[in-house]
Ligand binder design. Structure first.
Ligand SMILES: [Zn+2]
Length: 123
């Protein structure tokens, strides 16, 4: 594999993270959540990828592009195996083809609120 094609395949790298179990109380009810702390040498780049919708903020699956009707072809071309039979549909609806969770700037922003500076959405 040449250097150029390796560079092109960089999006396939999974973020390194530590999952942390969190509990919070809302109106007297205890809720449980998993929080991902991005770690490792690519920490900043990986956090940026999540905020750009290039990595699922729920299951940390990397994408060739932000899921949407306009990028479905890139997912097909990337030749990745997703177990869900309806994954084309998930990508078209801007959802993660692996876990089905919503991939949106607003959602990623909400998850990272308080831990990262507010990103500047321009694209
Ligand atoms: Zn996912």
């Amino acid at each position: 594999m040449s250097r150029v094609s390796q560079a092109d395949e960089r999006w396939r790298r999974k973020p390194q993270y530590v999952a942390e179990e969190c509990y919070s109380y809302y109106r007297g009810k205890k809720t449980r959540a998993i929080r991902f702390n991005i770690v490792g040498p690519h920490q900043e780049e990986d956090a940026e990828r999540i905020l750009k919708g290039l990595v699922c903020s729920n299951c940390m699956e990397p994408f060739p592009a932000k899921p949407g009707p306009d990028t479905l072809q890139l997912f097909i071309d990337a030749n990745i195996f997703y177990p869900q039979p309806n994954w084309h549909d998930l990508v078209r609806r801007s959802r993660c083809p692996l876990c089905g969770d919503e991939v949106s700037y607003e959602y990623a922003n909400l998850l990272f609120e308080g831990t990262l500076p507010t990103p500047n959405w321009e694209d």
